[in-house]
Design a protein around this ligand. Structure first.
Ligand code: CTP
Length: 132
């Protein structure tokens, strides 16, 4: 355990084990974990669909996890650097689907990409449920 503040970002819609694994591992890199939850609008911009769970519900779900200390709504991808500074983050954690994409923040914090949990995603869950 150290005194570092860790920040990570994501939509976290239809919570699954991949979300829990990355948040748990991110939390273990410091002593405080801050999570930026994509707003409904931002999710639409990124993924071309509305999330199943609205932003208020996703915030409440992620806030209730024991290894998450603080949650906020990420309104825009362009504000990532500002969020990192505003929340005094020492480490930015992203899934390795984003590998290299946030290296430009290495001048303001450590940047770490964690391996995604294989074979699960919100999109896949939605597709499976649609077929049932
Ligand atoms: N994540 C992970 N392992 C997975 C799925 C997601 O580690 N199997 C991580 C992502 O890398 C990201 C965070 O969880 O850091 C939030 O990802 P998000 O995009 O909300 O979840 P996905 O399941 O990837 O959603 P979608 O299918 O809608 O893209």
């Amino acid at each position: 355990m150290n005194n570092k503040r860790v920040i990570t970002f994501g939509t976290f819609d239809v919570l699954h084990i991949g979300h829990i694994n990355i948040l748990e591992r991110a939390a273990s890199l410091g002593n405080q974990l801050v999570v930026g939850i994509s707003s409904d609008n931002l999710n639409f911009q990124k993924k071309g669909r509305n999330p199943i769970y609205c932003e208020e519900d996703r915030v409440k779900i992620i806030s209730s996890l024991k290894f998450v200390d603080e949650v906020f709504i990420e309104e825009s991808l362009e504000l990532k650097g500002q969020y990192i500074k505003d929340f005094n983050a020492d480490i930015l954690v992203m899934g390795d689907d984003w590998k290299g994409k946030f290296d430009n923040f290495k001048n303001i914090c450590e940047v770490t990409y964690l391996e995604r949990t294989p074979s699960i995603s919100t999109t896949e869950i939605i597709e499976i449920v649609k077929k049932i």
